[in-house]
Design a protein around this ligand. Structure first.
Ligand code: KIV
Ligand code: ZN
Length: 400
């Protein structure tokens, strides 16, 4: 069905405003990673959580990949109200038509086209010349334009593409009707300095650059996906493609929660906002772990169990005096909680606080004695629970 409302290409604002659009691809690039595939029901649950989280665009899947993925995209498109729903398509007629059909019920739809542009991919994957690649992209964009409210064009392996050629194909993409230009670091190869250079170059050289949104899509093969996404934003990207918990092909994609909290925590540095309801980050991360059966690593930034946990005595003492000593953001702002974990590195202050929370009335002599018992126990056990403390207090009282 051809969309009836106004053509969004004409409306896209300059890419230098202060709002970064969050494009979530957990349900597409994220689920492409081994161990993370999601069926239609799981995708629908996640899509509702992503809507509540406030993402601007949900990439719901790749409809041509399988009948279930088609059905998942169609159901998400019909059901969700606020975000734009995107579907991925190669620059091939069957893919584009299937994406268009899957998106028919969406309030706001986007076909996300991709085509390789780097010399390595042109030669070994596509076997096409530069001009052939340009022609394929232009006609795919024109076809997709008739089937969705907007079209995003991704130059696969953009960051290993000659900048002049990338600027040329992006210029043709704008002429053909794309309103979002995505420059993916498909293989997670570049550094923040290099991505800054590329986005600055593109914004200066793409014809019609002021009418479109530039987008970053970074993979984490060298552990730089988030840093690269932030560098792209600093260089004018106004859409970031990312996933919950950073899941995605190979080492993953830029983690949504990390990009968002970096922009939020260091706002004076970046001076941009997102529409993310940050208090939903932790619950959304846990929902993904539940539906995929893949636990969140303890040390994962923002949403891991250890992100706001403090065990060492020195840190716990600091935290009890002023949270800012060892926390740069408030855990409640991401929907999590601080925990002062009791273990072998913990000190008397933390033990006293926990026992007082458990409503024990402590004099110094009792604390000394219980602290000694506590230290002996921490040599045998990694962490000490409230039940362990109650047992310790009982033993102390009964003089065992
Ligand atoms: O990494 C990549 O290049 C992609 C494209 C399909 C955008 O995921
Ligand atoms: Zn990708």
């Amino acid at each position: 069905m051809k969309p009836t409302h106004q053509d969004s290409t004409d409306n896209v604002e300059s890419d230098v405003d202060g709002r970064v659009r969050i494009f979530d691809t957990t349900l597409r690039d994220g689920e492409q990673a081994p161990g993370f595939s999601m069926d239609r029901r799981a995708k629908l649950r996640m899509a509702h959580a992503l809507e509540a989280l406030g993402v601007d665009i949900i990439e719901a899947g790749f409809p041509q990949a399988s009948p279930d993925d088609f059905a998942a995209v169609a159901e998400i498109a019909r059901t969700l109200k606020t975000p734009t729903i995107a579907a991925l398509a190669r620059c091939q007629e069957a893919d584009i038509d299937s994406a268009g059909r899957a998106l028919e019920g969406a309030r706001h739809s986007r076909i996300h086209l991709f085509l390789s542009t780097s010399p390595l991919h042109r030669e070994h994957k596509l076997g096409k010349s530069k001009q052939q690649v340009i022609d394929i992209a232009a006609s795919a964009i024109q076809r997709a334009k008739a089937l969705a409210h907007e079209v995003e064009f991704s130059a696969e392996d953009a960051l290993r593409t000659e900048p002049e050629f990338l600027a040329e194909i992006f210029s043709v993409a704008v002429e053909a009707g794309a309103s979002v230009l995505n420059a993916p670091d498909t293989v997670g190869y570049v550094t923040p300095t290099e991505i800054t250079r590329m986005f600055t170059y593109l914004r200066e050289h793409v014809r019609g650059a002021d009418k479109v949104v530039f987008s970053a899509h970074c993979h984490d093969d060298l552990g730089m996906a988030v840093a690269n996404s932030l560098a792209a934003i600093a260089a004018g990207a106004r859409q970031v493609e990312c996933t919950i918990n950073g899941i995605g092909e190979r080492a993953g994609n830029a983690a949504l929660e990390e990009v968002v909290m970096a922009l939020h925590t260091r706002r004076p540095l970046f001076r941009v906002d997102t529409g993310i309801v940050t208090q939903h980050l932790y619950p959304t991360s846990r929902l993904l772990a539940e539906v995929t059966g893949q636990p969140v690593p303890r040390n994962k930034a923002i949403v891991g169990d250890n992100a706001f946990a403090h065990e060492s005595g020195i840190h716990q003492h600091g935290m009890l005096k002023h949270r800012g000593t060892y926390e740069i953001m408030r855990p409640q702002d991401v929907g999590a909680k601080t925990s002062l974990v009791l273990g072998k590195h913990s000190g008397r202050h933390a033990l006293r606080q926990r026992l007082e929370e458990l409503e024990y009335d402590l004099d110094e002599a009792t604390l000394d004695a219980v602290f000694e018992r506590f230290k002996n126990l921490t040599d045998k056990q990694r962490s000490i629970t409230n039940d362990d403390l109650v047992a310790l207090m009982d033993k102390h009282r009964n003089n065992h």
